[in-house]
Design a protein around this ligand. Structure first.
Ligand SMILES: Cc1cc2nc3c(=O)[nH]c(=O)nc-3n(C[C@H](O)[C@H](O)[C@H](O)COP(=O)(O)OP(=O)(O)OC[C@H]3O[C@@H](n4cnc5c(N)ncnc54)[C@H](O)[C@@H]3O)c2cc1C
Length: 399
């Protein structure tokens, strides 16, 4: 039997695709290599609160799965976001966020997909996609050996830079400027302000990216950082990424006061794509979420955008198979709903890249526009290019 759709990966992007496809009546199967959905948690677990979407994704219509999840998925709520300069100067803004339990959230998404009629296989890794006259043959290895399944359409929602992307004739992200390598501890016994998300800059700790303290509540926090390889200082080239995190925890003049008494109770690593969005439509194949770089690059945040894109993908595949739309509609639709936010995030990232080249530049840059534009940064609003040039000139004069 040929299925309508196989979705590879059941993170937020894939699970939302499966839910939407099943809701629209497709025979759809989601496959994930993980033995338990959502585990290990590879996420800071930060989500905007539902009322903020009208500011950050003002054109998005597919918000159901981001605004209707049960309360037991929420670990903590925070009202502020702060960004610290390399010397520890704080720039603070009011912005309402949830700190969620990502493992529960991913399971909730998958349970919604199952309720809608979707099927899932866990503990099953897809290794190969072969084009057939009807669509694709999906080959892999599961809990009871090798499997082979046929589908009219495949959706790759397998995370950043998956090799499967090339098997459907599309390009995956491989430029190190566009890949953030991240590491995160869950720490117990920290003295984090439970009402505030903290972001830190500085080449010694998080070259080309930022470090974070995200309070889970009751003395627990997600403490992590990203690095981008082209921004790592010469003397740190051989430093394992975990050592950047230890530096942040034990040496940072502000963060160490909150963290150094704490203990790590888990560690994860991962990759966040921070490049421009990739072409997301191939021959009977779509890319969703991190696989398509559908991330707000300036923040490294991809859950909301993946969920919106997945919801659109499932719906579009259903219309395509009933002859009511071209598959290429998917790219037009997600760009209409979340394209501005994703493009703005990338533009902001390019502006921040200039400051990431030196701590002096970052310090001066934040002094000049940090407080005034913290609110824009958090909401992914891009300042006019002319304004940016004025800032650069002001920064240059202070050096
Ligand atoms: C440390 C870290 C912190 C982050 N913090 C935040 C945050 O606070 N807020 C936010 O919005 N975003 C955050 N992000 C980004 C966010 O996690 C991603 O953008 C989001 O998970 C993308 O969802 P996705 O479904 O595209 O991919 P993923 O969540 O990566 O899911 C991909 C799934 O595909 C499966 N898979 C991969 N290959 C195969 C295969 N060959 N066969 C079968 N299954 C496969 C994997 O097991 C996985 O379950 C963070 C990322 C990291 C790494």
């Amino acid at each position: 039997m040929t299925l309508d759709l196989v979705v590879i990966g059941l993170g937020p992007g894939g699970a939302s695709t499966l839910y939407s496809a099943a809701k629209h009546g497709l025979k759809a199967l989601g496959i994930d290599k993980r033995r338990e959905i959502g585990v290990p948690i590879q996420c800071g677990e930060l989500l905007p609160q539902p009322h903020t979407y009208k500011e950050i994704l003002p054109k998005a219509k597919h918000l159901e799965l981001l605004t209707s999840f049960p309360d037991n998925i929420i670990r903590n709520k925070a009202r502020y976001v702060s960004l610290y300069s390399p010397k520890g100067v704080e720039y603070k803004d009011a912005f309402d966020t949830y700190i969620i339990d990502r493992s529960r959230y991913d399971k909730w998404l998958v349970s919604k997909a199952i309720e809608a009629g979707g099927d899932i296989w866990i503990g099953s890794t897809v290794h190969k996609l072969e084009k057939t006259s009807k669509g694709y043959r999906v080959l892999g290895r599961g809990r009871s050996g090798f499997f082979e399944v046929e589908a009219k359409v495949v959706v790759i929602a397998a995370g950043a830079s998956s090799k499967l992307i090339e098997m459907v004739g599309l390009e995956r992200e491989s430029d190190e400027h566009n890949l953030g390598h991240v590491v995160q501890y869950v720490m117990a016994g920290v003295e984090a302000d439970e009402d505030k998300i903290e972001m830190y800059s500085g080449r010694r700790y998080c070259p080309g990216a930022y470090a974070w303290i995200i309070p889970r509540g009751e003395g627990y926090a997600n403490v992590g950082l990203g690095i981008r390889k082209p921004y790592v200082r010469k003397e740190d080239r051989d430093l394992p990424i975990i050592e950047f995190l230890h530096r942040f925890i034990y040496d940072h003049p502000v963060a160490s006061k909150k963290l150094s008494m704490g203990k790590a109770i888990s560690v994860i690593g991962g990759v966040v794509p921070v490049g421009p969005p990739l072409k997301s439509v191939g021959d009977n194949a779509l890319l969703v979420g991190d696989s398509a770089n559908q991330v707000i690059a300036s923040l490294g945040a991809g859950v909301p955008t993946s969920v919106v894109a997945g919801s659109i993908a499932g719906e579009t595949v259903a219309e395509y198979l009933s002859g009511d739309a071209e598959l290429s509609e998917y790219e037009r639709r997600w760009r209409r709903e979340i394209g501005d936010a994703i493009n703005n995030g990338y533009q902001l990232r390019l502006m921040i890249d200039t400051l990431c080249r030196s701590d002096t530049l970052m310090e001066q840059g934040l002094k000049i526009f940090g407080q005034e534009h913290m609110s824009d940064f958090v909401r992914t609003k891009v300042p006019a290019a002319s304004k940016f040039l004025v800032w650069i000139e002001k920064i240059a004069r202070t050096l």
